[in-house]
Design a binder for this molecule. Sequence first.
Ligand SMILES: [Zn+2]
Length: 179
Amino acid sequence: MGQDTAGQAGRALKLLNSQELRETPTTGPSPRHTTASTPRSPLNVDLVDHLTRTVGEVAAHARAVAPHAGPLPERVEDLYDWYIEHTGDAGEADRRYRDILIERHRLEHVMRLGYYEEVRKHPCPECGCWGLMWDPAGNRALCSNRRCRTPDGMTRSWTLARLAAQKIQRTEIWRRNAT
Ligand SMILES: [Zn+2]
């Protein structure tokens, strides 16, 4: 796992954690939106949940590997560097788990920020094409290859967890072959 991925994940997390995005949307009738038909966005509650889950997942694994890891870093963008620092001596399985988790978080953060083209950097796990497209409503990446279908004829779709695991696996194979 490169420091690049951790750095990108940290920067995306910092953006998501900005006050404008986090601040709770209006809970009562807003003077600017007096019509009852204006839907109230659940986005920010959802975002706060996402941030809490993100930090919780990292802290839980870091402390399982390194019980004396100490407090979380003060700046949210340092979360992943802190994570790597305290899991540097972990066994292979824990390092792989960490690398997949960081890559999955990075993808989750950038999708929330709207950088959907980021899924195009991952080949489809089934057909290998570079034509994945993000479906925000379904929260999955769809393969745009018309010949790449499930046995019942549906478009294949992938979770970010699956794409992250594939990327780490490919990186490991590449590294093994390069030595
Ligand atoms: Zn495909």
